[in-house]
Design a protein. Structure first.
Lengths: 132, 132, 132, 132, 132, 132
């Protein structure tokens, strides 16, 4: 069930097809997942999203696997089913071990719990935690 | 503004005082932040939360700094002000560089954006993303 | 999968049946969607919700299509699957074009991203943004 | 209280200064609000965010005021204080009347309520609401 | 900081003044809290909200204190600062003991944690949990 | 669809099997629901979560049914489908009547609505609502 159709390669506009070609080249696979097929109805947003994602998720000061785990953390907290599935799969493809996944889950659960407790009590921020 | 008072060392029950002593020993500092002073009204929850946090955030398959960044990711997505402040400070204390922080922010922003797009379109999960 | 059964017309209490009759009259269709069939177990909440919805979504200072798009914005941000589906369908029925839908998605994604960045940095509110 | 300092014009890198110059030119005012001063620590994210925001919020198939109201809807649902303040001010600057604001609030409240009811009952999506 | 001004008794429209009179009569106090003073700009929403709140929070199959604690649970999970403060105060005024408050907090924290774990793993719903 | 497999009794580690035995003993049934079967991949988190849940949900200053309803309130607000199903079923098993469930829903909807209105207007907290 979706609110838009998923476009096949044959249904793409030339602008969308160019983005798909770059996704395939960067990822080294012919497979293009449903998110991009849904977004392809609007080539401008498709291109802007892909270009930014490509830059943000590239290796840098943070390891690509760490970035995937951060992506999972946001997606779980937002309850985005598709994103949880796709980024958990991506993290495993990038080498996440079961031990790492287990610790990731434990941190996510712990953070959700203490967030809730802090929010319930409206704890004032300690002065030492503020920036400059 | 809080919904509970913050307990000073003098106001702690013996059970709460024992937890505070362990916090100080583990962290190697006399400073105990407001979260624990608010939680100290209920020594059982105080102890359970501290014991679990100590275990979850310890070095393991994931680096402690990575765990702090995951904690920030959840806290930002939940909008927990206190937690954002305290864990950003903790990540910096554990060596997070400005370049790492910049990339962390970029991933958090990107994840929030694609979560929103995916959710709006209710994209069906690709079969390849499912476990076993 | 639901936590309540969906009531058929034959299973309605007289109070719920009266609300269903008004829904059909106002909307000009015999079709009553599942939300109301689930809510019909509690005729008081059914009636209060329908009466308020009818007033809030009526034409006024804002166009009914704008109201539907605002409803989508809240529903997406809350991750309410049913609501995303029903209000996206309602917006299309009220004339939302694909170009409008594309821009709606782009704004929703952008807002989620900058919300996340602002929250992560705990940016203080500029004085000029405050009321009175 | 923030987790980063707010950069003054004198503290900007050349890349950040160029973005600030464009913000001023596009908006026709010398005032640059705190969000950009916080984001300026990372010129790449600053530039990417501003360029995308400029494109997304420009007049198009949707009116700029409608876009601001959609931005408010997301920001309120996410509980982003800064964003609520800044986009409510922006909507008023673009001509939002008090009557429109009142209806916006009423829709936001109603949507939050029915989202909650639907989610509690896990109402299955009616077949007619699905896309193609 | 607010996005609207708070209306004093002298600034109320006759319709809003009538609602304030009923709030005072039902609650048995002259004090009217800021939520209603902010909402009073739109007498229709003010009246609809108050009338529904009065009905929903009245004694019924659930005890008024239980209703206040449920209200706190939603408000904490949504991160609504004002609501957390006002409903925690209301629960105390209705007799919530410190022991009850401690258990309430423990449940809220636990629920947030297991919600997060379940969502991360996308656990399928057991057949026995579904309604008729 | 899940991101982990569900472990059968035969696949459990000895540590996980011991937790399952305690779940069965405490609940007085051989049935162990999917949440625990998913969590069983990580016996440490499994054990910590079960031990804490057992303590938190036990009878105390709050009635076990009230605790289940609070759990539902958090789960609905977080949009955790599995949790909504499992805790609604648990509340019914503990005697929640349809009248109580109807009032629970009404409070959850009302709270979501007023949370949204308060957040949109950024209403300042009344001084009387603050703790000591």
């Amino acid at each position: 069930m979706a609110t838009v159709t998923l476009l096949s390669d044959e249904e793409l506009s030339p602008e969308a097809a160019a983005v798909f070609a770059d996704i395939r080249a960067v990822r080294g696979t012919d497979f293009v997942n449903n998110f991009w097929r849904a977004l392809a109805h609007d080539p401008e947003t498709l291109k802007a999203t892909w270009e930014r994602l490509k830059a943000v998720m590239a290796p840098g000061a943070l390891d690509p696997l760490v970035k995937e785990m951060l992506y999972i953390a946001v997606s779980v907290t937002n309850g985005c089913d598709y994103c949880i599935h796709s980024h958990t799969a991506a993290a495993r493809a990038k080498g996440m071990t079961e031990a790492q996944y287990g610790e990731l889950l434990a941190v996510l659960g712990m953070a959700a719990e203490t967030n809730q407790l802090v929010t319930a009590m409206k704890v004032p921020v300690d002065a030492v935690f503020e920036a400059g």
